[in-house]
Ligand binder design. Structure first.
Ligand SMILES: Nc1ncnc2c1ncn2[C@@H]1O[C@H](COP(=O)(O)OP(=O)(O)O)[C@@H](O)[C@H]1O
Ligand SMILES: CCCC(=O)OP(=O)(O)O
Length: 366
């Protein structure tokens, strides 16, 4: 079997992760932490391109890593219009939409395709995005709202959610397309999603204020309460409650969940209440996804950094294991997921997709 060499780039809010794989094995990985003050010098996320790429180049030189013979460069996507899951070729349209954030969401992941494309040009290799946060496979029933013309769209950790589901299905000796799962990513932002036969048919828009409260996100709130709260507030500040400054940050100023749990352990009742509320809201969201799947599911899968916390897993098991078996996958498979997505198309196992530049859902005809 042919072995492919794949370089993956995952730009996050405070760091850029890179990894080089060959034949499915990780040859090198690195994580460059960025000074928040340095990033704040740039007016837009895309303005950070040259700085972030330079830090990757430096890391590669320091570690004597050559990118010669790389078959494909993969970047975590972002800024793209709603699309089905899969591996997409990075062409001029993907590049343009990722650079300007065509979907109106500014997230560091949008630098992924920009950096991958630049390397691919230099090394005459292929460039891909795999299951970017813009993957939206909602079933029709999940689209309609009680306001005419307002439809639900979602953004969540599609890359890790789908990879976790693919791996768990394999552990059961089955294919993702033949299983139903509820898959959660529990990190700085929290995704809870329902997967039916390989499609993410429902979930919560975690950049739009849906879902559970998270370390950096406010989660779902009554519209009336929000309108009252918003009376003397700036729209931009309100938006950032959905993505950056809500949740633990809003209550305590800290986004690090580990620090919050340490405070709770030391007897801080406010920290304990926030933690328990977050877990309670996650379990309620899991319950609603169980109903979306009519209770027919093969497992509840938990990923993300907070899943290292055994109490969190125990609390979710206690509340939800009556629905289906709960399996914890602490951390994430994002780098591996990007490499696997590229290998699937390079080996011909899966067809590479072309980004249409048009939302995969544009409304109903009635
Ligand atoms: N043992 C732990 N208990 C509670 N939180 C933890 C633990 N280990 C890591 N975390 C938290 O996980 C979060 C990071 O999760 P991660 O999935 O890496 O985030 P992101 O999705 O934002 O990249 C941080 O808030 C960190 O404090
Ligand atoms: C845009 C959805 C992905 C996301 O929110 O990632 P982070 O939690 O890592 O910011």
């Amino acid at each position: 079997m042919e072995t492919f060499k794949i370089f993956t780039v995952n730009p996050g809010s405070t760091s850029t992760k890179i990894a080089l794989f060959e034949g499915g094995k990780e040859l090198f990985s690195g994580n460059v932490s960025h000074d928040a003050r340095k990033l704040a010098e740039y007016a837009t996320i895309s303005d950070q391109f040259a700085y972030r790429k330079e830090t990757i180049d430096t890391l590669l030189i320091e570690n004597k890593i050559s990118l010669d013979q790389v078959d494909a460069f993969v970047g975590r996507g972002g800024g793209l219009l709603a699309m089905d899951g899969g591996t997409y070729e990075i062409d001029d349209l993907v590049l343009d939409h990722a650079t300007r954030g065509a979907n109106g969401v500014q997230h560091p992941a949008m630098l992924g395709p920009q950096i991958a494309y630049e390397y691919a040009k230099s090394y005459h290799a292929k460039a891909f995005v795999v299951n970017p946060p813009d993957v939206d496979e909602l079933q029709d029933l999940a689209r309609m709202t009680g306001i005419k013309g307002v439809y639900r769209v979602i953004h969540l950790h599609a890359l890790n959610l789908k990879e976790t589901a693919i791996r768990h299905a394999a552990s059961l000796g089955r294919k993702y397309e033949d299983c139903n799962f509820i898959v959660c990513h529990i990190g700085g932002g929290i995704s809870v999603s329902a997967h039916r036969n390989g499609k993410m048919i429902d979930g919560f828009d975690i950049v739009g204020g849906e879902g559970p409260m998270a370390p950096t996100r406010c989660g779902s709130i009554s519209v009336a309460d929000l309108l009252k709260y918003a009376q003397d507030k700036d729209l931009k500040d309100l938006r950032s409650l959905c993505t950056k400054n809500g949740g633990f940050v809003n209550h305590t100023g800290i986004s690090d969940a580990l620090e919050l749990t340490n405070r709770a352990k030391e007897g801080d009742k406010y920290a304990e209440m926030l933690w328990n509320t977050m877990v309670y809201q996650i379990t309620k969201c899991i319950g609603s996804m169980a109903a979306a799947l009519h209770g027919k599911l093969d497992g509840i899968l938990l990923g993300g950094g907070m899943v290292y916390n055994e109490d969190l897993v125990a609390q979710i098991k206690e509340a939800c294991e009556w629905i289906a078996p709960v399996t914890a996958y602490p951390g994430e498979f994002e780098m591996e997921a990007m490499a696997s997505g590229a290998v699937r198309v390079l080996s011909g196992e899966e067809e590479v997709k072309k980004y249409s530049g048009v939302c995969n859902f544009t409304g109903f005809d009635f």
